[in-house]
Write a protein that binds this ligand. Structure first.
Ligand SMILES: *Cc1c(COP(=O)(O)O)cnc(C)c1O
Length: 357
């Protein structure tokens, strides 16, 4: 039986997509080979990249003056690529709302005057600072944010209005809700949360911003080079790009991002409502800023948390252990998690509460 997998990443993928990949695994598009065995210059593979890009543009409403790239190295490599492509004046602002936002900030400091202009570390990242009150500096090359905080379970409900281009790490929420791409200079996301297996990272960048990467920027990290080569500068992560394309087809068939968001809001609502009405489970995030992708929660004790994780797994509800920085549990309910998975989790939570309260 297939488990309901609440892993924060790599994460569950739509069953339909896995089945399609399985069907095509030995003979991709009549080539007599697997998609993992053909050249990335093969026409059949080039068609996959072209379709993936077109679907992403359509589903996110990405304007033509933005590049859409499929690159490697995970979101963590983009922490460096951002300054290396954009930091001409060696000055950038960072909003630190979680562990990944902090890592991006620390990487930024390697390349210039990166400043943390707002942080929620004072309350263990359980909220998002008021974006209207952030003292952004003058003359910065960009402002960096992390739109959904995977470990702490928070997300921006509105994005800051900034003079400098806004750069967002959307790894754990890309395609889960509608965003106005025009408001951003750059959006990037590792695919393994909401889109594909690990290996590919999406970069969406306004072309006018990426004309002049810093001279010391490694060629592989130059977004301009990746754009000019249609993400085929070197061997790309072929299988992950193929899987991303299948997931994008699935998302389009389902009705696109708007429809997906409705389902996500519904799923998250079921879980938060249940937690809020329970005297046994707690979620410590300020309600307004709760993520609809990552839902951390605790029972009254660390011992019960451990018992919960173990018994849930025995019941086919797996990878619910919280991040080592926060403990407790975390249910990652990305796009591919069906409503039934969340309902099964809630049913188990009820039973566990009855037996252990
Ligand atoms: C998972 C994650 C990362 C790290 O991604 P890698 O692909 O492991 O480098 C960065 N930012 C956010 C928001 C994430 O959720």
């Amino acid at each position: 039986m297939r488990a309901y997998n609440f892993s924060a990443g790599p994460s569950t993928l739509p069953l339909e997509v896995l089945e399609e990949a399985q069907r095509e695994l030995l003979d991709f598009g009549g080539t007599g080979m697997s998609v993992t065995e053909i050249s990335h210059r093969n026409k059949a593979f080039e068609a996959v990249v072209t379709e993936g890009e077109a679907l992403l543009r359509e589903l996110m409403g990405i304007p033509d003056d933005y590049a859409v790239l499929f690159v490697q190295g995970g979101a963590s490599t983009q922490f460096a690529a951002v300054p290396l492509n954009l930091m001409h004046n060696k000055k950038a602002d960072y909003v630190v709302t979680g562990n990944f936002a902090k890592k991006a900030f620390q990487e930024g400091k390697l390349y210039g005057d990166a400043a943390c202009v707002a942080s929620s570390e004072d309350k263990t990242y359980s909220y998002i600072p008021d974006v209207a009150a952030i003292p952004f500096r003058e003359g910065t090359d960009y402002v960096h944010i992390c739109s959904n905080n995977t470990i702490f379970g928070t997300r921006y409900i509105r994005f800051p209005e900034t003079k400098a281009p806004l750069v967002a790490d959307m790894s754990s929420e890309i395609l889960s809700r509608e965003v106005d791409v025009k408001k951003f200079g750059v959006i990037y996301a590792g695919a393994q949360k909401n889109l594909a297996p690990a290996g590919v990272t999406i970069v969406i960048a306004k072309r006018s911003l990426i004309e002049n990467p810093l001279p010391e920027c490694p060629t592989m990290l130059k977004w301009k080079v990746q754009d000019e080569n249609k993400s085929l500068y070197n061997t790309p992560p072929c299988f992950s790009i193929y899987m991303a394309t299948l997931v994008l087809r699935w998302l389009k068939k389902l009705g696109g991002v708007k429809e997906m968001n409705k389902i996500n809001v519904y799923k998250a609502g079921l879980l938060y409502d249940f937690i809020d009405n329970s005297a046994f489970y707690t979620n410590n995030v300020e309600k307004e800023y709760r993520s609809i992708m990552n839902v951390p929660f605790v029972t009254p004790s660390a011992e019960l948390d451990a018992k919960f994780v173990k018994e849930a797994a025995a019941n086919g509800l797996v990878s619910l252990k919280g991040h080592r920085l926060v403990g407790g549990m975390r249910a990652s309910i990305y796009n591919a998690m069906p409503v039934e998975g969340v309902q099964a989790l809630i049913a188990f939570m009820k039973k566990f509460e009855k037996e252990n309260a």
